[in-house]
Write a protein that binds this ligand. Structure first.
Ligand code: FE2
Length: 368
């Protein structure tokens, strides 16, 4: 503020009464120094000073735009005529200038100062808000990026852990299957072949892809209950007597009991328990009928029966593919699911392990 010296104190008091912080200066240098330290919202300058050091209001207001570019600039003039206004025109570039007559327009001056202050406060608040929002936005973006990186890393870790666990599970399961086969050397490779026939039959019969892995394990471990069968019965070279058959036929339930105690094996319980059920209800242990027999058990039953016929055993020679297929077709609808038998025989899926037949091109990526 730079009005006439005698009016300076009076004006400062008047504007201070509005609750504003008022700074006064008696020369252009003093005024510019004050502005340099603390930019103003409203700058009031005397158009022509009566002090010995002539005060040039036009030059001062123009210079003040450097330190307070957004301030409302007011020039106090004797009378706001056109000639005075022309003097201030260059300062108008990019700055707000109001000409106020002194002292007649004092109330207008008070109003302008008050409005100018409010306006600049609003502008500053708005800028502050935008800055804070922008900072928040940046923080949020940084956090999102960080979160994204963390989530990706965790997901990768989890996937790796899952794959390791899955591999370990597979090894454990196959180890279990080997333990069954180790008891009976004549069934060497039987579990793996039953799994392979089961998978190929399931795929050809339109079995859901997401169930294939469980089916593979189920087929692999269908005879897990044989762990609980006495060696004298399991390894007996000759035919079994009635009591021995009764004991041997306990293996699906024994296997089911084992699987029920191991959570990892729960999904394969139907294959273990029901792979000796028969389509006509004459099987064991539950005497299930036709489609009541779990599909996985119906598939494993055919794979199991075929492999028994198709491999050499101590008491019999392996049968040719056509003979095996002929026997299976005869039992369709009596022992086995007729639709599955048709798929298995029509497409010669039993040729998978035979050198004398061209094997079906087959690789599901599951069999280990
Ligand atoms: Fe069995």
């Amino acid at each position: 503020m730079h009005p006439q010296p005698e009016a300076l104190g009076e004006l400062a008091e008047l504007l201070g009464g509005l609750g504003l912080a008022v700074e006064t200066a008696r020369s252009t240098v003093e005024a510019l120094n004050k502005l340099r330290g603390s930019p103003a919202h409203v700058i009031v300058a005397n158009h022509i000073s009566a002090s010995p050091h002539a005060f040039d209001g036009v030059a001062f207001l123009a210079a003040s735009t450097v330190h307070s570019p957004e301030a409302l600039r007011i020039a106090l003039v004797a009378s706001p005529d056109e000639a005075v206004e022309l003097d201030y025109r260059p300062v108008h570039e990019g700055a707000i200038i109001r000409l106020v007559a002194k002292p007649s327009e004092r109330s207008r001056l008070v109003g302008l100062v008050s409005e100018g202050t409010k306006l600049l406060n609003l502008v500053e608040d708005q800028r502050d808000l935008v800055r804070r929002l922008s900072l928040d936005q940046q923080k949020l973006q940084r956090r999102e990026t960080l979160l994204d990186v963390v989530v990706k890393e965790r997901t990768k870790d989890l996937e790796e852990s899952y794959l390791k666990l899955k591999a370990a599970n597979r090894q454990a399961l196959f180890g279990l299957a080997e333990a069954i086969e180790a008891k009976d050397p004549y069934t060497k490779g039987h579990c793996g072949r039953v799994a392979a026939y089961s998978i190929i039959l399931a795929k050809e019969a339109g079995y859901p892809v997401e169930g294939l892995e469980t089916l593979e394990f189920g087929a692999f471990l269908h005879d897990i209950g044989k762990i609980g069968i006495k060696d004298a019965v399991l390894l007996k070279p000759g035919p079994l007597d009635d009591a021995e058959w009764i004991h041997m036929r306990e293996h699906p339930v024994k296997g089911y009991d084992i699987a029920s105690k191991i959570e990892m094996l729960h999904p394969i319980m139907p294959a273990v328990r029901n792979h000796h059920e028969r389509w006509d209800g004459s099987g064991y242990p539950d005497k299930m009928l036709a489609e009541d027999i779990p599909l996985v058990a119906r598939i494993v039953a055919i794979a199991d029966a075929y492999d028994a016929m198709a491999t050499d055993r101590p008491y019999k020679q392996a049968l040719p593919l056509e003979e095996c297929e002929a026997i299976l077709r005869k039992t369709a609808g009596k022992m086995y699911d007729p639709e599955l038998i048709a798929v298995f025989c029509d497409r010669h899926l039993g040729a998978l392990y035979r050198d004398d037949y061209e094997a079906q091109p087959y690789d599901d990526g599951l069999a280990g």
